[in-house]
Design a protein around this ligand. Structure first.
Ligand SMILES: Cc1ncc(COP(=O)(O)O)c(C=O)c1O
Length: 294
């Protein structure tokens, strides 16, 4: 719950936070059957809204879920929800659940998917994480592979990421690195990974099990604009341990440096020049572009 009661959009109607409820028979709750997006807005503009809604529709298509609205209608739901709450900077949680249906796994029991949109202010990582960098540890829980539910689907099943986060915190770290079942690096529990080595930037391929992050893509464009060589490759823990610099990207975290991983100090142990360059470039981009809300 937030300090100021929010107005939440559920299936086209706004409800006060305390009255914003969905059925206990919703398969999103019963089976984690649904998809979602986490989206940021800065200075009255939604960052990369079209890309987020495209990914939402792709996730839904992959799980054979029909979103009962068009791309443009969902975009409008997002901007309307922010406007209804009179917010200027913050975080949006957009959720599409399979909807209410009889008990039983079949999604065809559910008549219609539900669309929920929450717009709120965001509690950011503490300032020192950006100044000094994060401490990471490898998690025991592996990233799901492409032969089960595709890791590209941003589904309501985040339990493996939740367990990985528990493991990272238990190890005294602030974030956890998730490997795929082959032992290659996939991503962090809610962020993508980049490293710098000898002037080249590397990031694990999407095939490695990383989410096709919207921030990842934005940063890849900034890297290209800056004329820095970039390679998407299969990466091992070794490549992270021996990196000159390392940083994470994600909608909530934006660009955040890493100073230590599995007790190995990364580079000098302080955010490096390319990391700082990307952090600034991303802030400038996020503050100056996006879909207008008002
Ligand atoms: C598992 C996972 N990886 C990476 C990311 C970063 O993706 P994005 O930049 O689109 O927020 C997220 C957050 O959405 C995530 O949940």
């Amino acid at each position: 719950m937030s300090a100021e009661p929010l107005q939440i959009l559920i299936d086209g109607e706004f409800y006060a936070e305390a009255d914003a409820k969905i059925s206990v028979f919703d398969h999103g709750l019963l089976y984690g059957d649904g998809v979602f997006e986490g989206i940021r807005f800065y200075n009255d503009r939604v960052f990369r809204l079209d890309e987020h809604i495209d990914r939402l529709f792709d996730s839904a298509k992959a799980i054979h879920l029909e979103i009962p609205a068009t791309h443009d209608e969902v975009c409008k739901m997002v901007t309307d929800t922010v406007a209804k709450n009179g917010l200027h900077d913050g975080y949006i949680r957009l959720v599409v659940t399979r909807g209410a249906g009889a008990l039983g796994l079949s999604p065809y029991q559910c008549e219609k998917a539900s669309i929920i949109c929450i717009a709120a202010t965001i509690t950011l990582y503490p300032e020192e994480y950006y100044r000094d960098g994060l401490i990471l540890a490898t998690c025991a829980t592996r990233r799901p592979t492409h032969d089960s539910l595709s890791p590209s689907v941003k589904s309501l099943n985040y339990l493996s990421n939740v367990m990985a986060k528990v493991e990272a915190l238990a190890a005294g770290a602030q974030e956890g690195v998730m490997l795929n079942t082959e032992g290659y690096v996939a991503e962090c529990t809610g962020d993508n990974i980049f490293v710098v080595k000898d002037g080249v930037i590397y990031t694990p391929t999407v095939a490695s099990g990383s989410l096709n992050g919207i921030t990842r893509k934005a940063v890849m464009e900034l890297i290209e604009e800056a004329g820095i060589p970039l390679k998407e490759v299969q990466m091992a823990r070794y490549d992270l341990y021996t990196a000159d610099e390392m940083f994470l990207t994600g909608t909530a975290a934006e660009v955040v440096p890493v100073r230590e991983y599995d007790k190995r100090i990364i580079g000098t142990g302080e955010p490096g020049p390319i990391t700082k360059q990307m952090l600034t470039a991303f802030h400038n981009l996020a503050e100056s572009t996006g879909t207008p809300i008002y």
